[in-house]
Design a protein around this ligand. Structure first.
Ligand SMILES: Cc1cc2nc3c(=O)[nH]c(=O)nc-3n(C[C@H](O)[C@H](O)[C@H](O)COP(=O)(O)OP(=O)(O)OC[C@H]3O[C@@H](n4cnc5c(N)ncnc54)[C@H](O)[C@@H]3O)c2cc1C
Length: 473
């Protein structure tokens, strides 16, 4: 009898493993109701971990994919108890008619794009690194070259399932009684609850992308062209590389059904460098979406011979996993600058003049970002005098700090002066009062009180500006 039960359990485990393997290899999707049942089991296991967590020691998440946070040597979160969410990796449903997808939060964009392309669709905003997850994209503010039309990935989401610190399962949408939670979860860095499942929109895609490169010599011409494409909405994708103050390239892409040739940028070729040399290019759609996977402007390995030898093996997942494991090497009071700044479009000339004068680091990645709505997570004062319909996201990757100045802090101060803000994935030096004059404390506190009154996930300031920096409190 005992042996029989053992055999049944073993057979079930083998079947489960084979299914998981098939799903991994073929992206196979089970009927939605089966997926939903499996998902409910995973949520129950996560809720049980949260309920079992006694005391007030903070917790952090353990995902399957490597985190896309700038590694920091003294990060206190490494010592947190972990809530394991690593099995939240299933695509539950793709509805090609409604053009929506429902997926667990740990699904990576590379898997998602592979699955949706089979239906001739893609997610609307696909962050350029392959293993950014849909949950991480919402929690940590992901953007990309469709942002000039749609904003952030979160702006394309329709519904979230959130697990609160007490293990409660809450569904929020922009219109239900949890609408504030829906709006606040974006950019909350896991401090308001665990995103378990997301429903988001998809758009029709073609097999290839034709990218044209406009070469400008002045910022005013560059901005005029961005503004023209934004007003006309005549392209599918728009981003750019500012190679130097007088070498600004705008990359405008369109889906196409056929291509006379295609290029890939996942071995010796470097995408951002190609934008300085070419006038146009064709890429297969997944290769376009992940064209920066070897690093946007901070490509590894840096030398051609290094890329020839190991470049194929060093995608973002491998580099970030290595950096995460070797985090102790990044302990420094002068950390390399890797961050995104969001500027009102009209303030870009002032920021870039200051940048060139004070720091002069180029290239910068440039992503126009539509002001889709006035976000609840920013303080009302942020929008009160803002007229611009567009932001410009400028990404600084891999700038070494060479003198006594703290470049992160200089940027924070300049952004305050110009009415901009930055994402919190990097090193943050804000004081508590300053931070909460930019982020919206009343809205944050209202939701926090509902979803995490014990402060198990830390609050947003403590997590991103204290614990991440190795500071208590
Ligand atoms: C070197 C580098 C390059 C980058 N390049 C790009 C780029 O090209 N385009 C772009 O858009 N962005 C880029 N980013 C930023 C990236 O989009 C964000 O950091 C994003 O949050 C990463 O998602 P992730 O899935 O890796 O999540 P993580 O990095 O693992 O997590 C981000 C935060 O979200 C929280 N979180 C993760 N999953 C969940 C969940 N299920 N529920 C609740 N909270 C959760 C984590 O606790 C953490 O605080 C880059 C970041 C780095 C460090």
């Amino acid at each position: 009898m005992g042996a029989g039960v053992g055999m049944i359990a073993l057979t079930r485990a083998v079947v489960r493993k084979r299914r998981a393997l098939r799903q991994m290899i073929y992206g196979e999707i089970y009927p939605a109701d089966v997926c939903e049942r499996m998902h409910a089991g995973k949520v129950a296991r996560i809720a049980a971990q949260l309920r079992a967590h006694a005391g007030d020691k903070p917790v952090s998440l353990r995902k399957k994919a490597a985190p896309h946070q700038v590694p920091k040597g003294g990060d206190l979160r490494r010592r947190d108890d972990k809530i394991d969410i690593s099995d939240l990796t299933a695509i539950i449903d793709i509805d090609p008619v409604a053009r929506t997808c429902t997926a667990e939060s740990g699904v990576t964009f590379v898997d998602l794009v592979a699955a949706t392309l089979r239906h001739g669709l893609v997610p609307i905003v696909v962050p350029e690194l392959k293993t950014i997850t849909v949950g991480g994209a919402v929690s940590g503010c992901s953007i990309e070259s469709m942002s000039f039309r749609y904003g952030g990935f979160h702006d394309t989401c329709l519904e979230y399932e959130v697990i609160t610190a007490s293990g409660e399962r809450v569904t929020c949408t922009p219109d239900n009684d949890q609408s504030l939670l829906f709006q606040m979860i974006h950019g909350s860095f896991g401090t308001l609850g665990i995103l378990a499942k997301l429903k988001f929109r998809l758009v029709p895609a073609q097999p290839f992308v034709h990218v044209g490169y406009e070469h400008h010599t002045t910022l005013s011409d560059y901005q005029a062209s961005i503004r023209r494409h934004f007003d006309a909405q005549d392209v599918d994708f728009m981003d750019g590389i500012i190679h130097a103050p007088d070498r600004l390239v705008l990359c405008i892409g369109k889906f196409v059904a056929e291509a006379p040739y295609t290029h890939r940028y996942d071995w010796t070729r470097v995408y951002y460098q190609s934008t300085a040399e070419r006038i146009d290019d064709y890429l297969a759609t997944p290769d376009y979406l992940f064209r920066y996977d070897r690093g946007v402007t901070n490509v590894h390995p840096k030398s051609w011979i290094g890329r020839l030898l190991v470049g194929k093996l060093m995608g973002s997942q491998q580099v970030l996993r290595l950096a995460d494991n070797l985090n102790f090497l990044f302990k420094s009071d002068k950390p390399t600058v890797i961050l995104d700044v969001f500027l009102p479009f009209s303030k870009a000339p002032e920021f870039l003049a200051w940048w060139e004068r004070e720091l002069g680091f180029f290239p910068l990645w440039c992503v126009p970002y539509k002001r889709v709505r006035d976000y609840e997570w920013l303080d009302e004062s942020f929008y009160s005098s803002l007229q611009d319909p567009l932001f410009l996201d400028l990404a600084i990757y891999g700038m070494e700090q060479k003198d006594e100045r703290n470049v992160h802090r200089m940027i924070e101060e300049k952004l305050r002066e110009l009415g901009g803000m930055k994402t919190l994935i990097s090193h943050n030096y804000y004081s508590r009062d300053e931070f909460w004059s930019i982020w919206n404390k009343p809205n944050y506190d209202r939701v926090k009180q509902e979803t995490d009154p014990r402060n198990l996930f830390r609050d947003l300031y403590s997590k991103t500006c204290r614990a991440a920096m190795g500071l208590p409190g």
